[in-house]
Design a protein around this ligand. Structure first.
Ligand code: SF4
Length: 191
């Protein structure tokens, strides 16, 4: 099959690409209007592009348009689960429609390698958007390869971000790190 693989970043590309390209003709799509700020978007994109270039992988980049993400999640900012569902539908919708317009058979996403994403929501968004576009959705679950992806990306010296992508996830991740630091401090001091 000819497959368009939506990729969120370079480290997450490694394992799903290897698995899917063993059986299919895979082109990668970098379509991530959720990433904030623009400098971070470019950093993740350039990391992915450098790996793709050195491994002969074809990549299409969807022009960066963060306003489409803001519109997709408007009103859901404080509801993380629903916000992420809308974000998945936005990105996988872009991928599914592009796969259809290029005459490809199926769409897939590297989000399936992450233990940090709601995999049921990713699968639901992928299946729904692919059906609407008239292509197949190659779901898969590559979480058992996440440790390998982490090891390989470190060995390759790839940039590894510490938040999901949007401004809200950056704030949430900073808060969680601070809570963990505080918990460790309290434990040390016997509080
Ligand atoms: S946390 Fe991640 S998946 Fe959820 S809305 Fe933000 S960028 Fe999208």
């Amino acid at each position: 099959m000819r497959v368009l693989l939506h990729a969120c970043c370079g480290p997450c590309l490694l394992e799903p690409f290897d698995a899917l390209s063993a059986e299919h003709e895979v082109t990668v799509l970098y379509a991530n209007p959720n990433i904030h700020p623009a400098e971070e978007y470019r950093h993740r994109r350039d990391t992915l592009m450098a790996y793709a270039a050195s491994n002969g992988i074809d990549v299409i980049e969807e022009p960066y348009d963060p306003v489409t993400w803001m519109r997709a999640v408007a009103g859901l900012e404080r509801d993380q689960a629903e916000r992420c569902r809308a974000c998945f539908r936005l990105r996988l919708g872009i991928a599914a429609r592009m796969a259809a317009s290029l005459g490809m058979d199926a769409v897939a996403t590297t989000l399936t390698v992450s233990p940090y994403q709601d995999q049921a929501a990713v699968a639901e968004a992928g299946a729904t958007m692919a059906a609407e576009a008239g292509v197949a959705y190659l779901g898969g679950d590559f979480r058992d390869r996440y440790a390998d992806a982490t090891r390989r990306s470190r060995e390759l010296g790839m940039y590894r971000q510490n938040y999901c992508g949007c401004m809200l996830s950056d704030i949430e991740a900073q808060r969680e790190r601070e809570e963990r630091r505080e918990a460790r401090r309290s434990k040390r001091e016997g509080r």
